[in-house]
Design a protein around this ligand. Structure first.
Ligand SMILES: Cc1ncc(COP(=O)(O)O)c(C=O)c1O
Length: 478
């Protein structure tokens, strides 16, 4: 019952293939944002009676339509969003294969090919980042949050040997770590869940370009030590969530070396550009990292969920996650069991979608795609500058943050409200999804070219939408 007959399987796969193709053929004409209330969705769900069987073909059709119509269309060329990409087709096929064969990537002996394939990818990326390939190792994660959490746990384990068995209470002081004020908020949750407490995250002010101020970092570490706190790690961000800013990695690395602190680089989004010879210079200094987060499900355009944590020394993973169990058989390949090297036990073969994408498009294909997205952002920045929008934060990656110069001199709240109203106007058109954010207290509109399908005509359309939004909001606020 759970496995239909062969001819039905083929029909269903063909039907699913047709639906996916229909989605991508029509994507551009569909609205990016749904107009929907929870009431309507519940009205659809309530009659779904789990006491009765239903033909899978019908379930497939109706579920596809619900997913298509009642959610943001993330792959849409007009989705300028929060790093969720248009997925590569190779990645879609890989996820289908991974679901169908259901390989258990937790232990080498359960899926030698899967584990070796992920090892190959991790070593490849470690080499691109300039880490020592022989020693470096890592693991695929559910995303950036798990990878960052892995980085923090490795740092605690490295810095405080008593932490492993006795926990934080064995330490003579409160451990603290540092991020710029533009950090990703996963670190707050991580500090909470690993028992450090949220106050253990010390944020450092940024300079005029929104990069962590290394001088203030140095001073804060000094003051914290004098107060009996125990600094153990610095997080540098390579591609901030707000604006794609890269912290001064070389300067931060020098401080970490001098102060014997673990350097974690959160390159969840920006790290992908290491594949592009043209863009990788943005990440100069990343080779000094002890651990790096890079998420294939962001700028590397594979379907969610896929993160990666790479450590300079693979032994640190084993030190942090090692366990002995009677119920998992020993693998003949020592040191290659993911369940002893990472948070997860049972795990999906996450790396397959990255493997099949990079194996088919090649590094250069990937590089060209990202360079195109960066070019689209540059084109947008130029169009905006010509129309009295002010681009804020100089990033050479694919994000543009900007403000309306017509609002100069108005109070903060008024600027913030007016720009939010403009964004609502654009989103309400159904042609584009953009958002508002604050960079160091400055209200801005944020556009990230997350879909590799975005072309200049989509940017032109967005610029017209923004101008119309500004006209309509200005006429109300004047
Ligand atoms: C810089 C950065 N780090 C970490 C994360 C968290 O990644 P995830 O959402 O995959 O957990 C994000 C998410 O956008 C991010 O931008």
């Amino acid at each position: 019952m759970l496995l239909p007959e062969s001819h039905q399987r083929l029909q269903l796969i063909q039907q699913a293939g047709q639906l996916i193709d229909d989605y991508y053929q029509r994507l551009e004409e569909l609205p990016v944002t749904p107009e929907i209330t929870s009431r309507e969705i519940r009205k659809f769900l309530e009659p779904v009676d789990f006491e009765k069987e239903k033909d899978l073909s019908e379930v497939l059709d109706s579920t596809y339509e619900a997913l298509r119509d009642w959610g943001l269309k993330v792959p849409h060329p007009g989705y300028y969003g929060l790093f969720n990409p248009a997925p590569s087709f190779a990645g879609i096929l890989a996820d289908l294969l991974a679901a169908a064969l259901n390989p258990q990537a937790g232990a080498w002996h359960h899926n030698p090919f899967g584990v070796e394939m992920e090892r190959h990818l991790i070593k490849y990326f470690a080499g691109r980042f300039g880490l020592p390939v022989d020693q470096a190792y890592g693991s695929f994660t559910s995303g950036g949050s798990e990878a960052n959490s892995t980085g923090v746990l490795i740092a605690l384990t490295r810095q405080f040997p008593a932490f492993t068995r006795q926990g934080l209470r064995a330490l003579p002081g409160q451990p603290v770590f540092y991020c710029s004020e533009e950090f990703h908020h996963s670190f707050e949750k991580i500090a909470h869940t690993c028992g450090l407490g949220r106050d253990a995250v010390h944020t450092i002010k940024t300079d005029n370009d929104y990069r962590l101020r290394a001088d203030l970092l140095q001073q804060t570490i000094q003051t914290d030590r004098e107060q009996g706190l125990m600094p153990f790690m610095v997080v540098a961000t390579a591609g901030t969530t707000n604006a794609g800013i890269v912290d001064p990695l070389d300067d931060i690395a020098a401080i970490c070396r001098e102060q014997s602190l673990h350097l974690h680089v959160d390159a969840a989004w920006g790290g992908a550009v290491i594949l592009s010879d043209k863009l990788k210079g943005q990440l100069a200094g990343i080779e000094h990292a002890d651990t790096i987060t890079v998420d294939p499900h962001k700028f590397l355009s594979v379907p969610m969920a896929a993160g990666m944590l790479i450590a300079r020394n693979g032994r640190w993973l084993a030190d942090t996650f090692h366990i002995e169990t009677a119920y998992v058989p020993e693998s003949s390949e020592v040191g290659m069991d993911n369940y002893r090297l990472s948070h997860q036990f049972s795990r999906r073969l996450i790396g397959l979608k990255l493997f099949m994408t990079i194996a088919s498009v090649g590094r250069r294909g990937y590089a060209k795609t990202m360079e195109h997205q960066v070019e689209m952002a540059g084109y947008l920045a130029q169009q905006l500058a010509e129309r009295n929008w002010r681009v804020v934060a100089d990033t050479s990656l694919a994000i543009v943050c900007f403000e309306d110069t017509n609002l100069d001199g108005r109070p903060h709240q008024q600027r913030s409200n007016a720009q939010a109203a403009m964004v609502d106007h654009v989103v309400g058109s159904g042609r584009a999804w953009i958002s508002v954010t604050q960079i160091a207290d400055r209200p801005v509109i944020r556009v990230c070219v997350t879909s590799y399908l975005t072309q200049t005509r989509h940017i032109d359309e967005l610029v017209l939408l923004l101008d119309a939004a500004r006209d309509s909001v200005d006429s109300v606020t004047d």
